[in-house]
Design a protein around this ligand. Structure first.
Ligand code: AMP
Ligand code: MG
Length: 339
């Protein structure tokens, strides 16, 4: 009896050791760097120990040439400058169509045409304006995804001056693009992370599901993983978090968050501190996380109770100012208590 247990123990240890080094699916490799104004981290297991950094960075470069609002020469920037006949590429098309889908599903809470208002509040790609209600009212004429469409891969807008802000969806989509690169290379076990948005496949180096931390939404907390609220175990799915604890400013005691309610043109003011979404693709996880920050806790919860294809973990202050969490039934199954 004693001997059997010992053997079992040794077997587990052997598996762990082989998982740490080469094993039959190859060595574990790590790649990190900077992209889209943030960091990226990738871990993968490859039989040939191939370093894919150059190829991945080339992909990220092409991606930015399509969707980055910080690159004046990108497709989205040229459209935003009003240059006629700019042709959308595949990245743009996929992202735009997904943005339309999430816009419709969320009743307009997620809306990439919010760009002029985001810019006015100082969270976009131009200088902040002096904001008053007259300015916001006039800018709202340029907001509404029902007023733009893609026709023959060209952007058609109801009004000149309408602009797109891809920041709430493109980062998640970039994660998908890198993940799909690994899928195409037949690499089964990997984790791709850009600025806290994650997609993983297969198992980690210990042969277990990947464990991803959800940060505590503490104002000004910039470094992910320093103060964790919970851990979720996921495999073959993606996780994205939106929160107003990283990007905001304070003026005269009022906190201005970078999430804008497209129906009012104002930064959201409610108790939802962060929304973490688990979905099969990171693009939708990213977009819905932003949409939930617009909706606030009550609305987001009602939405999630109806749309069970999404899992989410919401952290909020209730009416009494108490710090609370709520999560979907699907989330409960993959949440791990121990940090
Ligand atoms: P995220 O961190 O993914 O929640 O994205 C936040 C960014 O999305 C902001 O900095 C804005 O550029 C943009 N944004 C703000 N409000 C909205 C909205 N209601 N719909 C879509 N994008 C938004
Ligand atoms: Mg987002």
């Amino acid at each position: 009896m004693h001997r059997v247990t010992l053997w079992a123990g040794a077997l587990v240890l052997a598996l762990l050791v082989s998982g740490c080094t080469t094993g039959n699916r190859g060595a574990w490799l790590k790649i990190s760097g900077y992209t889209q104004g943030t960091t990226y981290n990738i871990t993968y297991q490859d039989p040939d120990s191939t370093d894919y950094q150059e190829q991945l960075e080339k992909l990220l470069g092409e991606f930015d040439q399509s969707l980055s609002t910080y690159l004046p020469s990108s497709i989205v920037s040229r459209m935003n400058q009003g240059i006629p006949d700019v042709v959308a590429d595949e990245y743009f098309r996929i992202c735009f169509l997904a943005a339309e889908e999430v816009y419709a599903a969320t009743g307009g809470a997620f809306d990439i045409t919010v760009a002029p208002v985001v810019n006015a509040w100082g969270f976009g790609f131009t200088e902040r304006s002096r904001v008053d209600s007259a300015l916001i009212d006039s800018l709202l004429q340029f907001v509404g995804m029902n007023k733009v469409s893609l026709r023959e891969n060209k952007l058609v807008r109801e009004r000149e001056g309408m602009m797109l802000d891809m920041n709430a969806i493109a980062q998640g989509y970039a994660v998908d693009v890198l993940a799909e690169f690994f899928d195409a290379e037949n690499i089964e076990n990997y984790l791709v992370e850009i600025g806290g948005e994650v997609r993983c496949s297969g198992k980690n180096r210990f042969g277990l599901d990947w464990r991803i931390g959800i940060d505590k939404p503490i104002d000004g907390l910039q470094l992910p993983g320093v103060q964790m609220q919970a851990i979720v175990q996921i495999s073959g799915r993606s996780l994205a978090t939106s929160g107003n604890y990283r990007r905001f400013y304070e003026e005269d005691g009022i906190k201005y968050s970078h999430t804008i309610d497209p129906s009012t043109g104002y930064p959201v003011q409610h108790g939802l501190l962060s929304a973490t979404v688990v979905a099969s693709d990171c693009m939708r996880a990213d977009a819905y996380a932003t949409a939930f920050m617009v909706m606030g806790y009550e609305k987001a919860r009602r939405f999630l109770e109806k749309h069970t294809y999404l899992d989410a973990y919401l952290i909020f202050n209730d009416e009494m100012g108490e710090y609370r969490v709520w999560y979907t039934a699907g989330m409960e199954k993959i949440l791990s208590e121990e940090l």
